[in-house]
Design a protein around this ligand. Structure first.
Ligand code: ZN
Length: 123
């Protein structure tokens, strides 16, 4: 359960930030999710909602921003996105769309970040 452990870590981080900011309520959380994490956004969102129950996060809205995969090819100098719908969801092997090279530098697509948290502060 990849999503569960990730959701658990995300909730802990958000609650920690909220506490440090004297949050009374958390309204909305935006999460950046790279395609290469192979996390299912719907499943992750569901897990987040379950774990959030009875915490400050209860009732907060989770927004997922999917980050596409971008690579840099050392072989033909192609830089850009890869159609990640073609990725095998269990063992992703990336290859350059231009020359087929597999030794690529991944620029984006691996992130799982908390981008933004909207809170209601205590007076
Ligand atoms: Zn290439």
């Amino acid at each position: 359960m990849h999503e569960l452990s990730m959701a658990d870590a995300i909730v802990k981080t958000i609650l920690d930030i909220a506490e440090k900011n004297d949050a009374e309520e958390i309204i909305e959380v935006t999460i950046e999710l790279g395609k290469l994490t192979l996390l299912n956004p719907e499943q992750l969102k569901f897990m987040l909602e379950v774990i959030s129950e009875d915490t400050l996060l209860d009732g907060a809205e989770f927004k997922m921003e999917i980050i596409p995969v971008e690579i840099e090819c050392g072989s033909c100098n192609y830089t850009g996105s890869i159609d990640s719908d073609e990725l095998d969801h269990f063992t992703p092997i990336l290859s350059c769309p231009q020359c087929g090279e597999r030794d690529l530098k991944v620029i984006s697509g691996r992130e799982c970040n908390i981008k933004q948290i909207k809170i209601e502060k205590r007076e």
